[in-house]
Design a protein around this ligand. Structure first.
Ligand code: FES
Ligand SMILES: [Fe+2]
Length: 357
């Protein structure tokens, strides 16, 4: 077992007032699971704005500002007629491109509601929230290339906290031992190494922070989805990163220590994080692996949900403290495990500052 840092003896790295989370709009975010797009008009709030979405008759993935241009009635509570939506308040009718096509008793003129670029990648539909639709370059979707093919389960939860708090939760996996009760003290105690730019995803080196942890250990709880022996000695390598404001993922490989043994597997845990507003965050998650599950995938997904509900509770309590505890001089003490999170704070504030220029 390798332990290169005793975390408990590392002194405070820095004091800071805590995470604040500027909303970044020039980005792709997950709006919904592809399976949520259909005949029905649906609504989801993202970045403090309501979005109405549905699948057009030609299969197009439509996302419109969920606010009639007349008196703000939600289009998602209106009537779909073919691909058009007739507002159920005074009858303005909109096309799938957001243009107003008809106004009872008047001309629609140039009335429009905002139409967002969308794209499917993986099991999800992504939405470009930047000002200019021409900037919606599909190459900017931060999809983990490692997850081509393979086997996965997905799910969704909503976190009662700002999105940065969820990123920091996912970047600091020392909480696995204490919040979730995983028996992974050797993982906890192993020092992280920040990923250099050439180990960050291609095209995202300016938009990502990440780190690596490598250790000799045993398979432990990671044996569960494949039925391997939990006492199998392995070299466990984890790369954990946040890439753009919209995604955090960890790529974990397990190689048997015995060179004669068969390769075990690679696992990717991806979390697409979309701010609903300043203090709540959609979390679309995917557990992927390169070998088939030998457990019931639904039970596997439920196990993840149980774990994530522990995060939801913890983050909700912390968010409440952030909002209600306004004592002067309250600071957070950071340790080396927080370095990736602190870097992400700086990155997000830099992106936010660039947007206001
Ligand atoms: S609010 Fe939609 S037509 Fe009046
Ligand atoms: Fe967690």
């Amino acid at each position: 077992m390798t332990t290169t840092e005793n975390r408990t003896t590392a002194g405070p790295l820095r004091r800071s007032p805590g995470a604040t989370a500027p909303l970044i709009r020039e980005a792709w975010y997950v709006l919904a699971a592809r399976s949520e797009f259909g005949q029905d008009l649906r609504q989801r709030w993202i970045l403090g704005e309501p979005v109405c979405f549905y699948e057009a008759e030609d299969g197009g993935l439509i996302a419109l500002d969920d606010r009639c241009a007349h008196r703000r009635f939600p289009l998602s509570r209106s009537l779909r007629i073919g691909d058009t939506i007739r507002c159920s308040y005074h009858g303005f009718t909109y096309g799938k491109d957001g243009r107003c096509l008809a106004v009872p008793g008047a001309s629609p003129g140039d009335i429009t509601v905002r139409s967002y670029p969308t794209l499917q990648r993986g099991p999800w539909v992504w939405i470009w929230t930047g000002r200019n639709p021409q900037d919606a370059d599909p190459a900017l979707i931060p999809w983990p290339a490692e997850t081509e093919g393979g086997h996965s389960v997905t799910g969704y939860t909503i976190n009662p906290c700002n999105y940065l708090m969820v990123h920091e939760n996912l970047l600091d996996l020392t909480h696995l031992e204490f919040l979730h009760g995983f028996g992974v003290s050797d993982f906890t105690e192993t020092a992280l190494a920040l990923l250099p730019p050439d180990e960050l995803p291609d095209g995202f080196t300016e938009l990502a922070v990440g780190y690596r942890k490598d250790l000799h250990t045993v398979l432990g709880g990671y044996a569960l989805p494949t039925g391997d022996d939990p006492s199998t000695p392995v070299f466990h390598s984890t790369r954990t990163m946040s890439v753009t404001p919209a995604i955090n993922y960890a790529v974990q490989s397990f190689e048997p220590t015995d060179p004669a043994a068969a390769k075990l597997r690679t696992v990717v845990m991806a979390h697409c994080l979309t701010p609903a507003d300043d203090d709540s965050t959609h979390q679309f998650w995917m557990a992927w692996q390169d070998v088939p599950f030998t457990v019931d995938p639904i039970e596997h997904a439920q196990r993840f949900e149980t774990i994530f509900n522990e995060d939801v509770a913890a983050l909700g309590w912390i968010q409440e403290h952030v909002e209600r505890d306004t004592r002067e001089g309250v600071v957070e003490h950071s340790v080396p495990a927080d370095v990736p999170g602190l870097r992400l704070r700086r990155l997000l504030h830099r992106l936010a500052a660039a947007e206001t220029r």
